[in-house]
Ligand binder design. Structure first.
Ligand code: CA
Length: 736
C-alpha cells in the first residue's frame, strides 16, 4: 500500500521536475558562483548511473555516487563554495528526524542529481530531496530485533550503492536487497548470510562491473569470513570467496578453494574449522578499474584467542589481510597480511585509499590503510608488495617492522593466549583507528585520519566454551574496576585526535586534539576544509593545511558517521548523521559514558549550507535522577559468580561492570532489577525480544541469571556510594 501511494506521487513528479529544472537551470547558468563546478550531466539521476559513471565518479564534482565518493575511496570533494574563508557562515539548511530506537547511525549518504539516498540503524533506507529534505520514499526491511545480539556492535548500516535505477542495501540480518531508486519498491532480495549463524551486515555494498559485492561481519562470534558477488540485475550469486580455509578435504566449489589449499591451509593448526577462523569482510572494499583489481580487507582471527583457534601457531591466512581479487571471477591475485596470527582483534577491514604518490623519486600506485593495529600501511596495489609502515600513534604490540616484507616484529609479551598472562595492550580491540572513514586530499597530499588512543587488557579465558548467544572470543573480559593497571594506562591513553598524515614521508603533518576517543569519520574538500563530528555532539570544520578549528556547531547528540558534501543548483551542502554508538560505545562501560554527550542519543540527518538558518533540533531533557537501587541481599560468592556471567554475556552491550555507555539501557536503573520474576522473564524468557534483548535460556540457568541480578544490584549500590548516580528518594513499595 505504501508503495502504491508513493508510486502515484512519483508518477506525477516528472512534469513538475521538468518545469522546475528548466527554470532553475536558466537561473543557475547566470547565477552560479564560479567555484561550484558545472560538470558532466550524464550521471545526474539514479537511472543514468552506470558502470562508466562509477569508474569516472571523480568527474561529477557535485555528486557523491558511491560509498567513498570514488572507487579509490578518497572521500575528497573538489567543491569549494564553502571554504576556509567563509565557513563561519555555515548554518543548518534542513534536517531529517531519523527516529527509531536511538541507535548508532553510520551512513554515508549518496547524492545523485537532487536526490539523496541515506540509511539508518536496522538497515532502513530513506530517499530525500537533497535541497529540501522532503522524503521521497522510505524502505524498512523489518530486520528482526533479535538479530541485534548476534552482531558485535549495534545494528549500524553504512550506506547503499546505486546503479542503473537501483539502490542496493545489505541488511543487518544478512540479506542483500535491490530497490527501485524511483519508488523504493523491492526488486530482488537474496540471503547472503544469516544472523542465526551470527553473521550480520553493516557495510555498504560496492557495485563493480555489474556485480554487487557484499561481505558481512561476525568475527567476535567464531565465524568463517567470506565476500560474495551477485549479478546486479537478477541477484543471482556469481562467486564467493572464503577468506580462511574450511574443513580439510571439503571443497566449497568457489574460486577461493585453490588458493586456500595451496597458500592458506598450511598456516593453520589443530581443528581450526570448528571455531570458524575469522577473516570476515565487514567494511573495506576498493576498486582500481585500470588494474581491474577489487581490494577486500579482512577482519581478525576468530576466536581472538590464537591458542583456541590454531594451537597458538601459524600466520592463519587470510585473517587481518588485504586481498586483491578479480571482480568478475573472484580469482585471487595477491594478499598482504598485516598481523600474522592476529590475537588482538586488529582487523584490516578498514577503508583502503588508492592514490598515485611520488615516493623516494618513484611514481607509485599505492594502497593506503590505517588499520586498528596503529600502523599506517602503504603497499603497491598492482603487486601487493610492501612499501612502508609507520605507527600513527602509540603502540606497544609491535617492536618494529621488517623493512623489506612489512612483517611486524611482535612484542613476545603481547601473546596473552599462549603465555597465559594478561597483556595491557595499546591499542585495544577498538583500534587506533576503526571503521570511521579517513580522507585523502590530493591537493595537500595529506590523509586526514580520526585517531583513537585507548588501552585494553587481554586475558585468555580459562576454558573455551562455545556459547549460542553472545561473543565467542576465547578471552576473559576483566572488569575495569578490578584492573588498576588498566585504569592507570587508560588515564594516560584515552583520547582522540584528528591527524593529518603525510603518506610520502610517513610523518604526522598536524594533529587537532578532540579530547574523546570514539568520534566521527571525515571528509576533506577543495575549500581547504576537513569536516568531522565527535562524541560530545560537536560538528566542526578544520583548516586542511594546518588543523586550525575554524567552525563548530553543537548537535546535542554524538557523531560517529562520516560527513559528505555535494551541490545542487549552484548551492553546496554538507551532510552528516548524528547518533552515537558502535563497539566502544557499547562495551567500554564507564569509559564510554564519560566520553560522550549523553543527552539521549536522538539521531538526525543534518544538512548545512552557507547562510542556513534553520534551528538545530534539541532532544528532550533526560530524567535527571534515577531510582534508588534495591538493597543487596546476596553473599559475595554469588556476586562474584554474577560478575563472571555478566562480563561474559552482558558487558558487550550493556557495558563493562554494569555501566552503560549511554546507547543501551543501564541495568542499574531498570525496573526489573527489583523484581526477580520480571528479571527472569526478560533474561531467560525473552520478554523483550522485540526490542533486541534475546533470551539467554540456552546459556544461563535461572540461578545464574539471578546471580547477574545480584551483581548488578551490588554495582548499583557500589556506584551509588561512589556518587556516580544522582538518585531520587525511594518510592513507596509496589506489589507485583
Ligand atoms: Ca573484529
Amino acid at each position: 500500500m505504501m508503495d502504491r501511494t508513493i508510486g502515484v506521487r512519483l508518477r506525477a513528479l516528472p512534469i513538475m521536475v521538468l518545469l522546475t529544472m528548466s527554470a532553475t537551470a536558466a537561473a543557475a547558468a547566470s547565477q552560479v558562483p564560479p567555484e561550484v563546478h558545472q560538470t558532466a550531466t550524464a550521471c545526474r539521476s539514479a537511472s543514468a548511473v552506470d558502470g562508466s559513471c562509477l569508474v569516472h565518479a571523480q568527474r561529477y564534482d557535485n555528486e557523491w555516487l558511491t560509498y567513498g565518493r570514488t572507487y579509490n575511496q578518497q572521500r575528497f570533494s573538489p567543491l569549494r563554495q564553502i571554504n576556509a574563508q567563509n565557513v563561519n557562515n555555515l548554518g543548518l539548511a534542513w534536517y531529517y528526524d531519523i527516529g527509531g530506537d536511538h541507535r548508532v547511525q553510520e551512513s554515508t549518504p549518496l547524492v545523485v542529481g537532487d536526490v539523496m539516498y541515506v540509511t539508518a540503524a536496522w538497515s532502513r533506507v530513506i530517499a530525500l530531496n537533497a535541497t529540501t529534505g522532503k522524503v521521497l520514499w522510505t524502505f524498512d526491511p523489518h530486520v528482526p530485533r533479535e538479530s541485534g545480539a548476534h552482531g558485535c556492535c549495534g545494528p549500524a548500516n553504512r550506506g547503499v550503492a546505486v546503479w542503473r535505477g537501483r539502490v542496493f542495501v545489505g541488511t543487518y540480518d544478512g540479506r542483500l536487497i535491490a530497490l527501485s531508486a524511483a519508488t523504493g519498491r523491492m526488486i530482488w532480495s537474496v540471503r547472503t548470510a544469516s544472523w542465526r549463524n551470527d553473521y550480520t551486515i553493516t557495510g555498504a555494498p560496492l557495485v563493480v562491473k555489474g556485480r554487487v559485492i557484499i561481505g558481512n561481519g561476525g568475527g567476535e562470534f567464531a565465524n568463517r569470513g567470506y565476500v560474495t558477488a551477485y549479478d546486479a540485475r537478477t541477484g543471482k550469486e556469481d562467486w564467493r570467496f572464503y577468506t580462511v580455509p574450511g574443513k580439510p578435504g571439503v571443497r566449497d566449489g568457489q574460486p577461493s578453494d585453490g588458493v586456500l589449499n595451496r597458500i592458506a591451509r598450511p598456516t593453520w593448526h589443530g581443528q581450526y574449522w570448528k571455531v570458524g577462523g575469522g577473516g570476515t569482510v565487514w567494511d573495506g572494499l576498493s576498486y582500481d578499474p585500470r588494474l581491474d583489481l577489487l581490494y577486500v580487507g579482512t577482519d581478525n582471527g576468530s576466536p581472538w584467542n590464537g591458542e583456541v583457534r590454531s594451537q597458538g601457531r601459524g600466520a592463519n591466512l587470510f585473517i587481518t589481510s588485504i586481498l586483491a581479487l578479480r571482480p568478475e571471477t573472484g580469482q585471487y591475485v595477491w594478499h598482504f597480511q598485516e598481523v600474522p596470527g592476529d590475537v588482538w582483534d586488529y582487523s584490516a577491514t578498514q577503508q583502503m585509499i588508492l592514490a598515485n604518490l611520488r615516493i623516494g623519486g618513484r611514481d607509485r600506485r599505492v594502497l593506503m590503510q590505517a588499520p586498528k593495529d596503529g600502523l599506517f600501511v602503504i603497499v603497491d596495489r598492482a603487486t601487493g608488495k610492501f612499501i612502508s609502515a609507520k605507527p600513527f600513534t602509540d603502540i606497544n604490540w609491535a617492536l618494529g617492522i621488517n623493512p623489506r616484507t612489512g612483517r611486524p616484529k611482535e612484542n613476545p609479551q603481547a601473546f596473552y593466549d599462549i603465555r597465559k598472562r594478561r597483556w595491557l595492550a595499546i591499542p585495544g580491540p577498538g583500534g587506533a583507528h576503526n571503521w570511521q572513514p579517513m580522507s585523502y586530499d590530493p591537493r595537500t597530499g595529506l590523509v586526514y585520519l580520526p585517531v583513537m588512543d585507548a588501552a585494553f587488557t587481554y586475558a585468555a579465558a580459562k576454558h573455551f566454551v562455545r556459547r549460542s548467544v553472545g561473543w565467542n572470543t576465547g578471552d576473559h573480559f576483566i572488569p575495569l574496576p578490578e584492573n588498576p593497571a588498566a585504569i592507570h594506562a587508560i588515564e594516560k591513553h584515552l583520547t582522540g585526535y584528528l591527524v593529518a598524515w603525510n603518506p610520502r614521508t610517513q610523518r604526522q603533518a598536524w594533529a587537532a586534539q578532540i579530547g574523546t576517543p570514539w568520534n566521527g569519520g571525515v571528509v576533506s574538500t577543495a575549500g581547504n576544509l576537513v569536516f568531522q563530528g565527535d562524541s560530545m555532539g560537536r560538528f566542526a570544520a578544520f583548516r586542511a593545511t594546518d588543523g586550525k578549528r575554524l567552525w563548530t556547531v553543537a548537535t546535542h547528540t554524538g557523531i560517529v558517521a562520516p560527513p559528505i558534501t555535494y551541490a545542487v543548483d549552484g548551492q553546496q551542502y554538507v551532510a552528516v548523521e548524528t547518533g552515537w554508538g558502535g563497539a566502544f560505545a557499547l562495551a567500554a562501560g564507564k569509559l564510554a559514558r564519560d566520553t560522550q554527550i549523553n543527552q539521549g542519543n536522538v539521531p538526525h540527518l543534518l544538512v548545512f549550507k552557507l547562510g542556513g538558518h534553520v534551528a538545530m533540533p534539541v532532544p528532550p531533557p533526560r530524567p535527571a535522577r534515577w531510582p534508588l537501587p534495591p538493597k543487596l541481599t546476596a553473599d559475595s560468592g554469588t556476586v562474584a559468580q554474577g560478575r563472571a556471567h555478566y562480563q561474559q554475556f552482558c558487558s558487550a552491550c550493556h557495558g563493562d561492570s554494569a555501566v552503560s555507555g549511554g546507547v543501551l539501557p543501564d541495568l542499574r536503573h531498570v525496573a526489573a532489577l527489583g523484581v526477580p520474576a520480571l528479571w527472569q522473564r526478560i533474561v531467560r524468557g525473552g520478554a523483550l525480544r522485540s526490542g533486541g534483548m534475546v533470551s539467554f535460556a540456552s546459556d544461563l540457568t535461572a540461578a545464574q541469571a539471578e546471580s547477574i541480578r545480584d551483581y548488578v544490584i551490588y554495582r548499583a549500590n557500589e556506584t551509588l556510594r561512589q556518587a556516580e548516580l544522582p538518585t531520587s528518594p525511594p518510592q513507596p513499595a509496589r506489589r507485583h
